[in-house]
Design a binder for this molecule. Structure first.
Ligand code: HEC
Ligand code: HEC
Ligand code: HEC
Length: 447
């Protein structure tokens, strides 16, 4: 490849979902799904999303299609950020080169997809082509949706046609020249777009195959949980073994028992996806949004299928190292910071408070090689996923003003090497970088 082509391609790659996802955590579309999930129909039900009561019975294809839209989390990006109108578009995915706005996909004829045919819609979702065949940017996760079945696409189309028309003109491509040239995506597609439809896992149960279908396709879990190469394509051999987002690390979610979820019971996985937390972990940041908008509304059978599939993946070969010893300087300092600032909520035994404050002991996310999410959570604070089963969730205060970089590094090193955890130490320089990236203030006064 000519160097210049390579450069253009590299630039183009930065426009892919993994890079555009930085602001995923700051979006305020937490209730997007509420607008599409009709009232009184989900909660702990294993029936999935049903038609509203007391009305003309809904076409079953529409009911199924609504569920497909929720499993695909279309509302996460396509909800209008100003008025919260689902599918009206306008939400900006920020890239280093400029903005890419998610399109209006309501049934409006002039500004939405009301004049599209089913074939054009299917091609957009599964192949990343606009109405006139132009390339869409991979910030729209068509490289995952390509695995969606014909039946699900058909049902999704039936549902989309019932979405009320919203007149909202969105110009998606706000990128400056030359990044606004859609043809650039041709190269990206050639390299990274695997058009293979869903292939069932050989010799696996129907349950595992249902899970594989949901995870690889509609759920687009790999968009965050798989590491990317320098061109923004999925790294090979790294499927669901952890990916970096701006400010967050989406941990490994394979059957690896140390940094993956191999040590969780299937019920713990289901509980996390359904309620936003289990007795070990609390979903925060981008994952809290995915739970709030999407997974909490999925049936228990589907969540069990996802758990079965994820846990069947061998994942990376990482094994547990020896924990740092309690006598090391950082560990001693960390223990002090912990008991003064953290133990009230997370407990001296690191077990946290069920459904409220994350447990920290034997929590795979706490032991991930990349401590980005931990640094973000401690500096910036956070809130667990808000779900029907846990409408209040818990909040973690920001410690940016209270703790120095050194103290944050020490307390994280401590929690990563206590209560059965073991993971590399966190350095103060790493914390300083995150503080800078998040534009958080320095510690107020040194103590
Ligand atoms: C992670 C964000 C994201 C998610 C999730 C997402 N989209 Fe998109 N979508 C986009 C963006 C950004 C564009 C505009 C891309 C462009 O113009 O190149 C887009 C474009 C589209 C288009 C083309 C519209 C047009 O006018 O050209 C359709 C149709 C579409 N999306 C449907 C869907 C459906 C259906 C789902 C759920 C199954 C979905 N999208 C999920 C971000 C997303
Ligand atoms: C928009 C990005 C994004 C998407 C899409 C996403 N995740 Fe996550 N996920 C994350 C982040 C970030 C975390 C870490 C959250 C935290 O530390 O609280 C996470 C955490 C998790 C965890 C907990 C792991 C642990 O060790 O604590 C599970 C399980 C999980 N995700 C499953 C899924 C599944 C299944 C899908 C697809 C249906 C999915 N995720 C899609 C970003 C994402
Ligand atoms: C007021 C209660 C409270 C205090 C004090 C508190 N936390 Fe938290 N913490 C929470 C809650 C609630 C969550 C879950 C929500 C979230 O992740 O934002 C959480 C989440 C976390 C997580 C993320 C775990 C995961 O699975 O991703 C880490 C790490 C953490 N806290 C560390 C600390 C440290 C270190 C301190 C002390 C410096 C501390 N917390 C003090 C309430 C608290």
């Amino acid at each position: 490849m000519k160097p210049r082509n390579r450069m253009v391609l590299a630039a183009a790659a930065v426009l892919s979902l993994s890079s555009a996802i930085g602001l995923y955590g700051a979006r305020g579309v937490a209730d997007a799904a509420d607008a599409i999930v009709q009232p009184g129909q989900q909660g702990g039900s294993s029936q999935g999303v049903k038609a509203p009561a007391n009305q003309v019975p809904e076409d079953p294809a529409v009911t199924r299609g609504r569920y497909v839209a929720i499993a695909g989390d279309c509302a996460a990006c396509h909800t209008d950020p100003h008025q919260g109108k689902p599918f009206a578009g306008g939400y900006a995915l920020e890239t280093p080169f400029g903005k890419l706005l998610a399109s209006n996909i309501t049934s409006d004829k002039a500004t939405g997809i009301g004049s599209w045919t089913e074939a054009e819609f299917t091609r957009a979702v599964r192949e990343g082509k606009g109405k006139d065949g132009e390339n869409l940017y991979p910030a729209m996760p068509y490289n995952a949706y390509v695995k969606v079945s014909d039946q699900d696409m058909h049902d999704l189309w039936a549902y989309m046609q019932t979405v009320p028309a919203v007149d909202n003109k969105v110009v998606s491509n706000q990128l400056p020249f030359p990044f606004n040239i859609r043809l650039m995506m041709m190269g990206w597609n050639l390299l990274f777009f695997d058009k293979t439809p869903f292939v069932p896992v050989a010799n696996a149960s129907a349950q595992i195959n249902r899970g594989a279908y949901l995870v690889q396709g509609l759920g687009h879990c790999a968009a965050c949980h798989t590491a990317k190469n320098f061109l923004g394509g999925d790294k090979s051999g790294a499927f669901l073994q952890g990916g970096d987002l701006a400010g967050w690390h989406a941990p490994q979610i394979t059957g690896n028992r140390y940094v993956g979820i191999g040590g969780w019971t299937p019920d713990q996985v289901v509980q996390y996806l359904k309620t936003g937390s289990n007795d070990v972990a609390v979903a925060s940041g981008p994952m809290a949004e995915a739970v709030t908008n999407s997974t909490q509304h999925m049936t228990n059978d589907d969540l069990l299928a996802i758990a079965a599939y994820l846990q069947s993946l061998p994942g990376s070969t990482q094994t547990k190292p020896q924990p740092l010893t309690a006598t090391e300087q950082a560990m001693k300092q960390g223990a002090n910071v912990y008991s003064a600032n953290c133990s009230a909520c997370h407990n001296s035994d690191g077990k946290g408070i069920n459904q409220l404050a994350a447990g920290l002991g034997n929590n795979p996310a706490v032991q991930a090689a990349n401590a980005q999410s931990l640094m973000t959570t401690v500096l910036q604070g956070g809130r667990g996923a808000v779900t029907l089963d846990n409408p209040t969730s818990g909040a973690m205060p920001s410690f940016a003003w209270k703790l120095s970089d050194q103290q944050v590094a020490a307390v994280l090193t401590y929690i990563r090497n206590t209560w059965g955890n073991s993971a590399p130490a966190v350095a103060a320089t790493q914390v300083a970088q995150v503080r800078k990236d998040l534009k958080l203030p320095a510690q107020l006064s040194a103590h």
